[in-house]
Design a protein around this ligand. Structure first.
Ligand SMILES: C[S@@+](CC[C@H](N)C(=O)[O-])C[C@H]1O[C@@H](n2cnc3c(N)ncnc32)[C@H](O)[C@@H]1O
Length: 267
């Protein structure tokens, strides 16, 4: 799937990623990968660069952080807010990384794998660039698991079904454990980070993704314009009555590349 962002789409993405729900999710990711000073870290699909910048604070100047993203627009935006020279961004496809083998202590990729059609090459590259014994984290959403109240559930189903193809695999987490093992990675932990919005305050995730979904579904043509508008307006109306309910979550797969000693042992 081609990922090109015009300014409006890039602004929408950044706004969602600066909202409190995604900030809390990013803090959870940082805690899980527990980067140490001096480590070499790769962020695959680094987008606006918020995670990579936070990781660079943890590695300090003795370390190195590389963010790669297939969108030049995202790389340019991330570069504009870059504050240290041990953090660098490159425009590259996650399925063919222009990076050497076995270089990184840590590889991380949040909300990217589900957008990559060739997940086998994505995971193979993820494995290749990690040092033996290196650790990684892949975080993905299962869009089939969204729980979103509407008094018109058929319309809600129709809108979410029309939105599903915005990902290459909108239910990737269900098969990711097996795919990671097939790529030669050891899955050490799988966790779930919930996002639950019961009131629709400004900046909450359920409010921020309505324009995203609307923009994508409009282009699909499978939901009538009036239905789509009514779908968005209903959420404000439900909230005014104290009846808003939205829940989703991110699955994080913590992995390790077996070190040489383990490999020899298995042979
Ligand atoms: C939903 S955003 C996530 C951004 C960032 N990882 C975060 O969590 O803040 C997905 C990002 O993945 C990038 N992306 C999608 N497919 C990619 C690919 N094949 N290779 C590299 N980056 C990719 C997009 O350009 C976009 O910046």
């Amino acid at each position: 799937m081609a990922m090109e962002y015009d300014d409006a789409a890039a602004d929408r993405l950044e706004a969602v990623y600066l909202g409190p729900d995604v900030v809390a999710q990013r803090e959870d990711t940082l805690r899980r990968i527990a980067v140490m000073r001096g480590e070499h870290v790769l962020d695959i699909g680094s987008g606006p660069g918020f995670l990579a910048a936070a990781i660079a604070e943890q590695t300090g100047p003795d370390g190195e952080v590389i963010g790669v993203d297939v969108s030049q627009q995202m790389v340019d935006r991330a570069n504009q807010r870059r504050e240290c020279d041990w953090l660098r961004y490159r425009c590259a496809d996650a399925t063919a990384l222009p990076l050497e083998d076995s270089h990184f202590d840590v590889a991380v990729s949040t909300q990217v794998a589900e957008y990559v059609p060739d997940i086998v090459s994505f995971l193979s590259e993820f494995h290749r660039v990690l040092k033996p014994g290196g650790r990684g984290l892949i975080l993905a959403t299962d869009w089939g698991g969204v729980c979103w109240h509407s008094e018109n559930p058929d319309r809600m189903k129709k809108v979410l079904a029309a939105f599903a193809p915005h990902c290459a695999d909108s239910e990737l987490p269900r098969t990711l454990n097996k795919r990671l093992r097939q790529a030669g990675l050891v899955v050490e932990d799988v966790s779930y980070f919930p996002i639950v919005n019961v009131d629709r305050y400004e900046g909450c995730y359920s409010e921020m993704i309505v324009p995203f979904i609307t923009a994508y579904v409009q282009g699909q043509g499978s939901v009538d314009e009036d239905d789509l508008r009514a779908w968005g307006e209903e959420q404000a109306a439900l909230d005014a009555r104290g009846e808003h309910f939205f829940a989703t979550g991110r699955f994080s797969f913590a992995v390790r590349k077996p070190d040489r000693a383990n490999k020899a042992f298995r042979l």
